[in-house]
Design a protein around this ligand. Structure first.
Ligand SMILES: [Zn+2]
Length: 491
């Protein structure tokens, strides 16, 4: 008995020692000390330009809204007037697969050397609608472009007119200095990102293909500089996203007997569908911290407080504990697996008629580890009812995972550090869709990153109410893009 107790105690002590040693050696490299490089940039005129840009209602809506076309036209006219130097140095091509909607602009800044692969920097200037009835919840009307002491307010302030304006400001600055890139730089201001980029962004890619262009890399919207998102991590995290999830929509069609609602059978089509949805909820797709999601947390976890660091340093033991903790938060859960979200429901056409078919539309965001076939198999197995058909309406797998070792990735990280000071650089996964998934067909690598700091509070503005960006962020973003273009055109 004594021996057994001694054995248990020794094992326990060895385990504790192992955990501590692993935690102690799981140290964060000191944040890189990169010399700050700041241009003198006046924030006021930039804020004024963004304010004016917000006032154009360049709304991308799934519903046909012909009246917004004039807003896109007006925005393009305003842009030419506001940035005459950029327009005369590189007259933009107006592009669109749909000839009625040629509102996407592709600027070409020719490089001195034809042997260097070009790069592309992109932002979209279309915005999502303001949900009717929520206008009154805004502190400043959504299309007024109000500027207060610190912020510019309105739809598009974060997503993504701010990046479009900062790109124009940075280019104007460089042109004023007589800067000429070594390699060709493309600037793409797209007009239909919020509806999938079928016309504008697709036309940019089409044009590059026609011209035989293969980009070294592309940079488009994605994650931001995150402050205060991860409890216990004080440093600002630059999440430079190297992949994005795929997009899949399926209909679950449940069939039952129709008839008069006064004599319902034991199970109607709605009951069958409800059961299918409940079964699905109870069988999520596999989740886990391997691959890209693991790399992201490995970059950030060493900066966490001791207790949390110990968990991440010993994933072999605490893996499932970490997974279940991360799965409780929608933001982190989405990084770990393919999400399943029922979004639309339909049944009978009349209140006293039993439906013959009840349909639930499910939107899934596909993790890089999952295949479409695998997901369909999972859905059928989880529902486990022959009366329910899984009809795939749209299915795109996740994007490629771009390199974190490339010159492009390093340049983006360095320009961010030269602008903001020491940062935790972490590769990440964009959980929504962006134009990058189209760019990746003509680019060796595609990065997704906006050079602005956001806090948790700011995130409510994305596609929501009270969207705003600080004037300081606009100055920093302009500085970032100018540094990035300068250094990337050389290397
Ligand atoms: Zn966006």
């Amino acid at each position: 008995m004594k021996k057994l107790l001694l054995g248990i105690a020794t094992t326990f002590l060895l385990l504790a020692a192992l955990l501590l040693v692993r935690t102690a050696t799981y140290t964060a490299p000191p944040l890189a000390e990169v010399a700050i490089q700041k241009r003198t940039i006046d924030g006021r005129p930039i804020a004024q330009h963004l304010s004016e840009a917000i006032q154009f209602r360049t709304v991308s809506s799934q519903l046909p809204e012909p009246q917004t076309q004039s807003q896109f036209e007006a925005f393009i006219g305003w842009l030419a007037k506001t940035y005459p130097e950029v327009h005369s140095a590189m007259a933009p091509a107006r592009l669109g697969i749909d000839p009625e909607h040629r509102y996407t602009l592709l600027f070409t800044w020719p490089g001195k050397r034809a042997d260097l692969a070009p790069i592309l920097l992109s932002a979209h200037y279309d915005v999502v609608p303001v949900i009717p009835g929520t206008e009154r919840d805004w502190q400043h009307p959504p299309y007024e472009g109000a500027i207060d002491d610190t912020h510019i307010w309105g739809r598009g302030a974060l997503d993504d007119k701010s990046a479009a304006i900062a790109l124009m400001e940075a280019t104007t600055l460089l042109l004023a200095q007589g800067f000429q890139p070594e390699r060709t730089v493309y600037l793409s201001l797209t007009s239909d990102e919020e509806t999938g980029g079928d016309s504008g962004t697709a036309a940019v890619v089409e044009k590059l293909k026609q011209d035989g262009v293969q980009l070294a890399w592309s940079l488009d919207e994605g994650s931001f500089l995150l402050r205060g998102f991860i409890p216990g991590v004080d440093a600002t995290v630059a999440s430079i996203n190297v992949a994005e999830k795929g997009y899949m929509t399926v209909d679950l069609v449940a069939r039952g007997q129709g008839g008069h609602s006064s004599m319902p059978p034991q199970e109607t089509a709605v009951d069958i569908l409800a059961k299918a949805l409940t079964n699905l909820r109870q069988s999520p797709l596999p989740s886990g911290l391997e691959g890209l999601s693991g790399d992201m947390f490995d970059s950030i976890a060493p900066y966490m407080p001791f207790g949390k660091k110990m968990l991440f340093a010993n994933r072999w033991l605490f893996g499932s504990l970490i997974d279940s903790a991360l799965s409780t938060q929608p933001g982190t859960a989405a990084m770990l697996h393919t999400t399943i979200a029922p979004t639309m429901l339909s049944g009978s056409v009349k209140d006293n008629v039993l439906p013959i078919e009840a349909v639930a539309t499910i939107n899934l965001r596909v993790h890089p580890r999952d295949s479409i076939e695998g997901i369909v198999k999972h859905l059928n197995a989880a529902i486990d009812d022959e009366r329910v058909e899984v009809k795939v309406r749209r299915a795109d797998t996740a994007s490629r995972v771009s390199s974190t070792e490339s010159v492009g990735f390093n340049n983006i990280a360095e320009a961010a550090q030269q602008t903001y000071g020491p940062l935790v650089i972490a590769p990440g996964l964009t959980v929504a869709g962006t134009d990058s998934r189209r760019y990746e067909t003509v680019a060796d690598d595609s990065y997704r990153f906006n050079p602005m700091v956001v806090t948790k509070e700011d995130t409510h503005g994305f596609h929501g109410t009270n969207e705003r960006i600080s004037i300081e962020n606009m100055v920093h973003a302009t500085n970032f893009y100018s540094l990035l273009i300068e250094k990337s055109s050389r290397e």
